[in-house]
Design a binder for this molecule. Structure first.
Ligand SMILES: [Zn+2]
Length: 397
């Protein structure tokens, strides 16, 4: 290794890519920021993104030049993996204001023989993105990834001003406490809506992030179409296609709404505007409101089915590969037009019984004429258009 950080680094393999990563990030519980930040636990997140970028590019004409921007790259693990594992991408821009991180990234590019297709920079993230705003020599990007520490809210405008028409943006948020109802005022300021501390708060968090992006995009005459979302305890991620269309962005409010939640009887429903009463239609208690948030679909099931076909051909899957396959397969059947879910633990605590198997609940609801599915956002969650009264009565019978 030529880098001055050689003593701090270790070579690991992730996907088909050799990565130079800070040794301490593999040894310590909280990865350090010196010489650069790397989170080994985000491998699942990076693996999923490779599948999605590949599937997204299947829709593109082969003659089209594809560029990828890793805007807050750290040591460049995502961008470098794209460079190695997705040959269809011809240029990868790897930017981070931390010069040490970019120095390590350059070394990793050389190790993988991909230096020629990588362009490195150490700019402020918005300065970097805006420098690609329709300038003939610095064209807008086909795909942009943004993976900040904390909230992506300060960067949304810049991303939307540097993505191509029909491009793809993938965005991470790690301020899950804000998005899940712990800091209401901060959430309203950053995401134009409030969250509630419910069993489905990770879905509310995703939908708040989507609506804040959609509203910012609409202001710029851009319409968004989410293709995939996922979350874990520490982060959530959204993948969104963008379309430059004032006509489509005029329709944005058909996808924005509210969730009315009753903490007493646990009923929940989607509403499109605030009523004067805010009383639960089942138990007459005062309800709480989450939103405004995205109430439209957030999976492109056609695109996800292309990904799952790949898994059918791959019979050797185990461990994390099996986990990724399960996530994508669950999405295919998920009722993603319903913006909340129930959990089996929640239902069993109301009924004071042991939790019923998830598949049995879904079967019982379906046999009673309701729509019902699993959700990829919680292994113990289920979605349904049945009210809490219907759910409890059907499960009790
Ligand atoms: Zn109620």
């Amino acid at each position: 290794m030529n880098t001055i950080f050689a003593n701090y680094l270790q070579r690991i393999r992730e996907g088909c890519t050799e990565l130079l990563v800070p040794k301490a990030s593999l040894e310590e519980k909280v990865p350090p920021h010196y010489p650069a930040f790397f989170n080994p636990l985000a491998k699942l997140n990076r693996d999923i993104s490779i599948y999605l970028y590949k599937a997204f590019l299947l829709e593109k004409e082969y003659s089209e030049e594809i560029t990828f921007a890793d805007a807050l790259a750290g040591i460049g693990s995502r961008g470098l993996r794209v460079a190695v594992e997705i040959p269809r991408v011809s240029q990868i821009f790897i930017n981070d204001i931390n010069e040490s991180a970019i120095s390590i990234s350059r070394e990793t590019a050389a190790l993988n023989s991909i230096t020629e297709k990588c362009i490195f920079s150490t700019m402020d993230v918005c300065e970097f993105l805006i420098s690609h705003n329709s300038n003939p020599t610095n064209k807008r990007f086909s795909i942009i990834d943004l993976d900040p520490f904390g909230s992506p809210a300060p960067f949304i405008d810049c991303i939307l001003r540097s993505i191509q028409n029909e491009g793809l943006i993938s965005i991470t948020a790690t301020d899950t406490a804000v998005l899940s109802g712990k800091y209401q005022k901060t959430c309203l300021r950053k995401y134009y809506g409030v969250s509630l501390n419910t069993v489905y708060s990770n879905e509310t968090a995703i939908r708040l992030l989507l609506s804040s992006i959609a509203l910012t995009a609409a202001r710029l005459g851009i319409s968004i179409s989410p293709i995939f979302v996922h979350s874990n305890r520490h982060y959530l991620r959204v993948y969104i296609k963008v379309f430059f269309s004032k006509t489509l962005s005029n329709k944005i409010f058909s996808n924005i709404g509210l969730i009315e939640h009753c903490f007493k009887c646990r009923n929940r429903q989607t509403i499109t505007s605030l009523t004067s009463s805010n009383l639960c239609k089942i138990c007459d208690s005062k309800t709480n409101i989450a939103g405004q948030l995205w109430i439209g679909n957030f999976y492109d099931k056609k695109l996800i089915s292309l990904i799952t076909q790949h898994f059918v051909e791959d019979r050797s899957e185990k461990g994390q590969l099996k986990q990724i396959h399960k996530i994508f397969t669950t999405c295919l059947d998920e009722l993603d037009d319903i913006p909340y879910y129930f959990s089996i633990d929640e239902i069993s605590s109301i009924l004071k019984t042991t939790p019923m198997k998830l598949s049995h609940i879904i079967e019982k609801l379906s046999l009673s004429g309701f729509r019902a599915s699993k959700t990829s956002l919680n292994p113990a969650g289920f979605k349904t258009n049945a009210s809490i009264v219907d759910i409890l009565s059907i499960i009790n019978n």
